[in-house]
Design a binder for this molecule. Structure first.
Ligand code: PBG
Ligand code: ZN
Length: 326
């Protein structure tokens, strides 16, 4: 039997764990992770989120210990979401200096000054209709929402936040927040833009967790159509021009092509949001014994890094950090 020419044999570099480690192209560390936290003004004890096993809404009194836990595991940062006691048509609890996120920022920074605290900056958790801004009829009014985003970002800044992360997909939101922060003296405070955010069914469990399901309609008039690729580059480039410091693509798993393209087209650090529905799918299959949770999670994270992510927002962060320590 004749064999083909096998001068080149890729298997030589896969022969044992040592050489595989030496030629590994991508790495994952706890420093890549950002842990999302839901702080609920209306509770005094943690309440598990049914569709996200392992995730709970926490009361303000638990913010310090959760922050400490993340720090001990080497996770540098948290992103905070607030569930306020009172909602209204504009979402004014979002820019209340005594609001739940503002209090959580202060609690986290007091417990761990070195913790990097990011605040999701939007209105869907604060409005009684669940949309990401002020309504004009059934439509979200872009420019009126921009003014409120400035107020909200400045209020988070006054509370001591390290970075704001606008997630509402309003046109001009980065420029508006940048000038709002600068005018208030917060020129050094960075913005992580949810620059490329799709109108995704993968957000389902989050809306239970954050109590932010729209009472009518959907978010398709502000979030992007999952069919669009070139538009992702346009959104990313706009946010670069408006002064974003970090760009995010969201969701992550079904948008790996977009992560790579945005990474190649821009120079900013790239974050990806491994969203609630992606988390829930892995948890559900693992509970049934159908997949090996740890291996699937680690493979998924490594794939985000390989696709171009520098930072990963993930509900698995605490587990990953523990596994990385083993
Ligand atoms: C709020 C916001 C959402 C998520 C992050 N910020 C939900 C949405 O747009 O409906 C989703 C996060 C997740 O699914 O884990 N604008
Ligand atoms: Zn929103």
């Amino acid at each position: 039997m004749s064999l083909p020419d096998l001068t080149v044999r890729p298997r030589r570099l896969r022969r044992n764990p040592a050489i595989r480690r030496m030629v590994r192209e991508t790495s994952l560390s706890a420093a890549d992770l950002i842990y999302p936290v839901f702080v609920d003004e209306t509770i005094s004890e943690a309440v598990p989120v049914a569709s996200m096993p392992g995730v709970s809404r926490i009361p303000l009194s638990d913010v310090a210990s959760v922050t400490q836990q993340a720090m001990e595991l080497g996770i540098p940062g948290l992103i905070l979401f607030g569930i306020p006691a009172h909602k209204d048509a504009t979402g004014s609890a979002g820019w209340d200096d005594q609001g739940i996120v503002q209090q959580a920022i202060r609690a986290a920074k007091q417990a761990c000054p070195e913790a990097y605290i990011i605040a999701d900056t939007c209105f869907c958790e604060y409005t009684d209709h669940g949309h990401c801004g002020v309504l004009d009829g059934e439509h979200v009014h872009n420019d009126a929402t921009l003014q409120n985003l400035q107020r909200e970002a400045v209020s988070y800044a006054r509370a001591g936040v390290d970075m704001v992360a606008p997630s509402g997909m309003m046109d001009g939101m980065i420029g508006a927040i940048r000038s709002g922060l600068d005018d208030a003296g917060f020129t050094e405070l960075p913005i992580m833009s949810y620059a490329v955010k799709y109108a995704s069914a993968y957000f389902g469990p989050f809306r239970d967790a954050a109590d932010s399901t729209p009472t009518f309609g959907d978010r398709a008039s502000y979030q992007m159509d999952p069919a669009n690729r070139r538009e992702a580059l346009k959104e990313a480039q706009l946010d670069v021009a408006e002064g974003a410091d970090i760009l995010m693509v969201k969701p992550a798993l079904a948008y790996m092509d977009i992560i790579r393209e945005v990474k190649d087209a821009t120079d900013l650090p790239m974050a990806v949001y491994n969203v609630s529905g992606e988390y829930a799918m892995i948890k559900a299959a693992a509970e049934k014994g159908w997949i090996d949770e740890r291996r699937v999670v680690m493979e998924t994270m490594m794939s985000f890094k390989r696709a171009g992510a520098d930072l990963i927002l993930t509900y698995h962060a605490m587990d990953i950090a523990r596994w990385l320590q083993d």
